[in-house]
Design a protein around this ligand. Sequence first.
Ligand code: AP5
Length: 216
Amino acid sequence: MRLVFLGPPGAGKGTQARALAREWGVAHVATGDMLREALAAGTRLGLEAKRYMERGALVPDDVIIGLMRERLAGPDAARGFIVDGFPRTIAQAEALAGLLKDAGQALDRVIYFEVSERELLRRLTGRRICRRCQTAYHLVSAPPRTPGVCDACGGELYQREDDREATVRNRLEVYARQTAPLLAYYSQRGLLTTVAGEGSIEAIRSAIRAAAGAER
Ligand code: AP5
Protein backbone atom coordinates (compact mmCIF):
# COMPACT_ATOMS: atom_id res chain seq x y z
CA MET A 1 0.00 0.00 0.00
CA ARG A 2 1.46 3.35 -1.05
CA LEU A 3 -0.65 6.33 -0.07
CA VAL A 4 -0.30 10.09 0.17
CA PHE A 5 -2.41 12.01 2.72
CA LEU A 6 -3.02 15.50 1.37
CA GLY A 7 -4.72 18.42 3.07
CA PRO A 8 -4.23 21.78 4.76
CA PRO A 9 -2.45 22.22 8.09
CA GLY A 10 -4.59 20.76 10.87
CA ALA A 11 -6.72 18.59 8.57
CA GLY A 12 -5.95 15.48 10.66
CA LYS A 13 -3.38 13.85 8.36
CA GLY A 14 -0.92 13.02 11.13
CA THR A 15 -3.61 11.74 13.51
CA GLN A 16 -4.95 9.32 10.93
CA ALA A 17 -1.64 8.37 9.30
CA ARG A 18 -0.02 7.41 12.60
CA ALA A 19 -2.87 5.05 13.57
CA LEU A 20 -3.45 3.54 10.12
CA ALA A 21 0.25 2.92 9.45
CA ARG A 22 0.36 0.94 12.71
CA GLU A 23 -2.84 -0.92 11.78
CA TRP A 24 -1.61 -1.80 8.29
CA GLY A 25 2.03 -2.45 9.20
CA VAL A 26 3.38 0.17 6.78
CA ALA A 27 5.76 3.11 7.33
CA HIS A 28 4.42 6.50 8.41
CA VAL A 29 6.57 9.04 6.60
CA ALA A 30 5.87 12.58 7.86
CA THR A 31 8.17 15.31 6.59
CA GLY A 32 7.11 17.72 9.36
CA ASP A 33 8.02 15.15 12.06
CA MET A 34 11.35 14.44 10.34
CA LEU A 35 12.20 18.16 10.25
CA ARG A 36 11.20 18.67 13.90
CA GLU A 37 13.36 15.68 14.91
CA ALA A 38 16.31 17.17 12.99
CA LEU A 39 15.69 20.49 14.73
CA ALA A 40 15.57 18.86 18.19
CA ALA A 41 18.84 17.04 17.40
CA GLY A 42 20.44 20.33 16.29
CA THR A 43 21.55 18.97 12.90
CA ARG A 44 22.41 21.23 9.94
CA LEU A 45 19.16 20.23 8.25
CA GLY A 46 17.19 21.11 11.38
CA LEU A 47 18.81 24.52 11.69
CA GLU A 48 18.20 25.30 8.03
CA ALA A 49 14.56 24.13 8.19
CA LYS A 50 13.88 26.21 11.33
CA ARG A 51 14.19 29.47 9.39
CA TYR A 52 11.27 28.46 7.18
CA MET A 53 9.14 26.50 9.64
CA GLU A 54 8.96 29.23 12.27
CA ARG A 55 7.29 31.61 9.83
CA GLY A 56 5.08 28.96 8.23
CA ALA A 57 6.90 28.94 4.87
CA LEU A 58 7.86 25.81 2.94
CA VAL A 59 11.38 24.40 3.25
CA PRO A 60 13.05 24.49 -0.24
CA ASP A 61 12.09 21.65 -2.59
CA ASP A 62 15.66 20.37 -3.07
CA VAL A 63 16.14 19.91 0.69
CA ILE A 64 12.85 18.03 1.12
CA ILE A 65 13.28 15.91 -2.00
CA GLY A 66 16.76 14.81 -0.84
CA LEU A 67 15.32 13.90 2.55
CA MET A 68 12.51 11.86 1.00
CA ARG A 69 14.82 10.09 -1.44
CA GLU A 70 16.74 8.71 1.54
CA ARG A 71 13.67 7.96 3.65
CA LEU A 72 11.73 6.08 0.97
CA ALA A 73 14.77 3.92 0.25
CA GLY A 74 14.67 2.69 3.88
CA PRO A 75 13.78 -0.98 4.51
CA ASP A 76 10.48 -0.28 6.32
CA ALA A 77 9.14 1.74 3.35
CA ALA A 78 9.58 -1.30 1.09
CA ARG A 79 6.50 -2.87 2.75
CA GLY A 80 4.40 0.18 1.84
CA PHE A 81 3.91 3.66 3.30
CA ILE A 82 1.63 6.52 4.14
CA VAL A 83 3.29 9.82 3.27
CA ASP A 84 1.94 12.76 5.27
CA GLY A 85 2.98 16.35 4.50
CA PHE A 86 4.64 15.55 1.17
CA PRO A 87 4.36 16.43 -1.66
CA ARG A 88 3.50 20.07 -1.05
CA THR A 89 4.42 21.52 -4.45
CA ILE A 90 4.12 20.32 -8.04
CA ALA A 91 7.93 19.95 -8.15
CA GLN A 92 7.78 17.63 -5.11
CA ALA A 93 4.98 15.60 -6.73
CA GLU A 94 7.03 15.18 -9.91
CA ALA A 95 10.05 14.15 -7.84
CA LEU A 96 7.98 11.59 -5.92
CA ALA A 97 6.69 10.08 -9.15
CA GLY A 98 10.28 9.86 -10.40
CA LEU A 99 11.58 8.23 -7.20
CA LEU A 100 8.82 5.62 -7.28
CA LYS A 101 9.27 4.96 -10.99
CA ASP A 102 12.99 4.34 -10.48
CA ALA A 103 12.07 1.78 -7.81
CA GLY A 104 9.49 0.13 -10.14
CA GLN A 105 6.63 1.38 -7.94
CA ALA A 106 3.66 3.74 -8.17
CA LEU A 107 1.23 5.48 -5.82
CA ASP A 108 -2.01 3.62 -5.14
CA ARG A 109 -4.04 6.62 -3.99
CA VAL A 110 -3.91 10.20 -2.77
CA ILE A 111 -6.43 10.90 -0.02
CA TYR A 112 -7.48 14.52 0.39
CA PHE A 113 -8.89 15.64 3.76
CA GLU A 114 -11.53 18.34 3.27
CA VAL A 115 -11.90 20.61 6.33
CA SER A 116 -13.25 24.19 6.67
CA GLU A 117 -10.84 27.02 7.53
CA ARG A 118 -12.70 27.81 10.75
CA GLU A 119 -12.25 24.23 11.98
CA LEU A 120 -8.56 24.22 10.95
CA LEU A 121 -7.92 27.32 13.08
CA ARG A 122 -9.75 25.78 16.03
CA ARG A 123 -7.78 22.55 15.75
CA LEU A 124 -4.34 24.08 15.35
CA THR A 125 -4.59 26.63 18.13
CA GLY A 126 -5.80 23.89 20.56
CA ARG A 127 -3.31 21.25 19.47
CA ARG A 128 -0.68 19.79 21.80
CA ILE A 129 2.04 17.37 20.65
CA CYS A 130 4.08 14.76 22.48
CA ARG A 131 7.75 15.73 22.57
CA ARG A 132 8.80 12.08 22.52
CA CYS A 133 6.48 10.20 20.09
CA GLN A 134 4.80 13.16 18.27
CA THR A 135 1.23 11.97 18.95
CA ALA A 136 -1.22 14.89 18.52
CA TYR A 137 -3.89 15.82 21.07
CA HIS A 138 -6.45 18.60 21.21
CA LEU A 139 -7.30 20.46 24.41
CA VAL A 140 -11.04 20.07 23.70
CA SER A 141 -11.70 17.39 21.08
CA ALA A 142 -8.93 14.87 21.80
CA PRO A 143 -7.54 15.58 25.29
CA PRO A 144 -4.99 13.27 26.94
CA ARG A 145 -6.14 11.26 30.00
CA THR A 146 -3.75 13.27 32.21
CA PRO A 147 -3.29 16.96 31.27
CA GLY A 148 0.15 17.61 29.75
CA VAL A 149 1.10 13.90 29.52
CA CYS A 150 1.03 11.63 26.43
CA ASP A 151 -1.31 8.62 26.79
CA ALA A 152 0.86 6.56 24.43
CA CYS A 153 4.35 7.00 25.94
CA GLY A 154 4.12 9.28 29.01
CA GLY A 155 6.08 12.05 27.20
CA GLU A 156 5.57 15.77 27.85
CA LEU A 157 3.02 17.61 25.68
CA TYR A 158 3.88 21.00 24.16
CA GLN A 159 2.45 23.58 21.74
CA ARG A 160 4.25 23.83 18.40
CA GLU A 161 5.83 27.25 17.71
CA ASP A 162 4.03 27.38 14.35
CA ASP A 163 0.60 26.72 15.92
CA ARG A 164 0.26 30.32 17.11
CA GLU A 165 -2.56 32.08 15.32
CA ALA A 166 -0.52 34.50 13.14
CA THR A 167 1.73 31.69 11.87
CA VAL A 168 -1.25 29.40 11.32
CA ARG A 169 -2.82 32.03 9.05
CA ASN A 170 0.39 32.23 7.05
CA ARG A 171 0.55 28.41 6.75
CA LEU A 172 -3.01 28.39 5.41
CA GLU A 173 -2.10 31.01 2.78
CA VAL A 174 1.01 29.04 1.78
CA TYR A 175 -1.13 25.92 1.49
CA ALA A 176 -3.67 27.68 -0.78
CA ARG A 177 -0.94 29.08 -3.03
CA GLN A 178 1.59 26.25 -3.24
CA THR A 179 -0.10 22.99 -2.24
CA ALA A 180 -3.76 23.23 -3.31
CA PRO A 181 -2.78 22.97 -7.03
CA LEU A 182 -1.91 19.33 -6.27
CA LEU A 183 -5.63 18.54 -6.10
CA ALA A 184 -5.99 19.13 -9.84
CA TYR A 185 -2.64 17.43 -10.50
CA TYR A 186 -3.67 14.17 -8.81
CA SER A 187 -7.28 14.35 -9.98
CA GLN A 188 -6.08 14.50 -13.60
CA ARG A 189 -4.04 11.35 -12.94
CA GLY A 190 -7.08 9.51 -11.51
CA LEU A 191 -5.44 9.13 -8.11
CA LEU A 192 -7.43 11.54 -5.91
CA THR A 193 -10.13 10.53 -3.43
CA THR A 194 -11.71 13.19 -1.20
CA VAL A 195 -12.69 12.30 2.35
CA ALA A 196 -14.76 14.58 4.59
CA GLY A 197 -12.24 15.51 7.29
CA GLU A 198 -14.80 16.78 9.83
CA GLY A 199 -16.58 14.41 12.18
CA SER A 200 -15.33 11.86 14.68
CA ILE A 201 -11.76 10.62 14.30
CA GLU A 202 -13.07 7.02 14.10
CA ALA A 203 -15.67 7.83 11.37
CA ILE A 204 -13.00 9.55 9.29
CA ARG A 205 -10.68 6.59 9.79
CA SER A 206 -13.39 4.24 8.42
CA ALA A 207 -13.85 6.48 5.38
CA ILE A 208 -10.10 6.37 4.72
CA ARG A 209 -10.05 2.57 5.04
CA ALA A 210 -12.83 2.42 2.44
CA ALA A 211 -11.02 4.88 0.12
CA ALA A 212 -7.84 2.83 0.41
CA GLY A 213 -9.72 -0.43 -0.21
CA ALA A 214 -8.77 -1.70 3.24
CA GLU A 215 -12.11 -2.10 5.04
CA ARG A 216 -12.17 -4.40 8.06
P1 AP5 B 1 3.77 19.61 9.08
O1 AP5 B 1 4.25 19.13 10.38
O2 AP5 B 1 3.65 18.65 7.95
O3 AP5 B 1 2.45 20.42 9.32
P2 AP5 B 1 1.09 20.54 8.45
O4 AP5 B 1 0.98 19.90 7.13
O5 AP5 B 1 0.92 21.99 8.47
O6 AP5 B 1 0.15 19.64 9.17
P3 AP5 B 1 -0.14 19.59 10.64
O7 AP5 B 1 0.83 18.71 11.34
O8 AP5 B 1 -0.27 20.98 11.19
O9 AP5 B 1 -1.63 19.01 10.64
P4 AP5 B 1 -2.22 17.55 10.43
O10 AP5 B 1 -3.05 17.55 9.19
O11 AP5 B 1 -1.19 16.49 10.59
O12 AP5 B 1 -3.24 17.53 11.65
P5 AP5 B 1 -3.20 16.71 13.03
O13 AP5 B 1 -3.49 15.28 12.78
O14 AP5 B 1 -2.00 17.06 13.85
O15 AP5 B 1 4.74 20.77 8.54
C1 AP5 B 1 5.26 21.78 9.40
C2 AP5 B 1 6.23 22.66 8.61
O16 AP5 B 1 7.35 21.86 8.14
C3 AP5 B 1 5.67 23.32 7.35
O17 AP5 B 1 5.01 24.53 7.63
C4 AP5 B 1 6.96 23.53 6.52
O18 AP5 B 1 7.68 24.63 7.00
C5 AP5 B 1 7.76 22.27 6.83
N1 AP5 B 1 7.47 21.19 5.86
C6 AP5 B 1 6.93 19.96 6.16
N2 AP5 B 1 6.81 19.23 5.05
C7 AP5 B 1 7.27 19.99 4.02
C8 AP5 B 1 7.37 19.80 2.62
N3 AP5 B 1 6.96 18.65 2.03
N4 AP5 B 1 7.88 20.80 1.86
C9 AP5 B 1 8.31 21.94 2.42
N5 AP5 B 1 8.23 22.20 3.75
C10 AP5 B 1 7.71 21.24 4.54
O19 AP5 B 1 -4.52 17.33 13.73
C11 AP5 B 1 -4.57 18.70 14.10
C12 AP5 B 1 -5.35 18.84 15.43
O20 AP5 B 1 -6.70 18.47 15.21
C13 AP5 B 1 -4.85 17.93 16.56
O21 AP5 B 1 -4.97 18.64 17.76
C14 AP5 B 1 -5.80 16.73 16.54
O22 AP5 B 1 -5.95 16.14 17.83
C15 AP5 B 1 -7.11 17.40 16.08
N6 AP5 B 1 -7.95 16.52 15.27
C16 AP5 B 1 -7.57 15.61 14.33
N7 AP5 B 1 -8.65 15.03 13.77
C17 AP5 B 1 -9.73 15.60 14.35
C18 AP5 B 1 -11.16 15.41 14.21
N8 AP5 B 1 -11.66 14.55 13.33
N9 AP5 B 1 -11.98 16.17 14.96
C19 AP5 B 1 -11.48 17.07 15.86
N10 AP5 B 1 -10.17 17.27 16.07
C20 AP5 B 1 -9.30 16.54 15.32
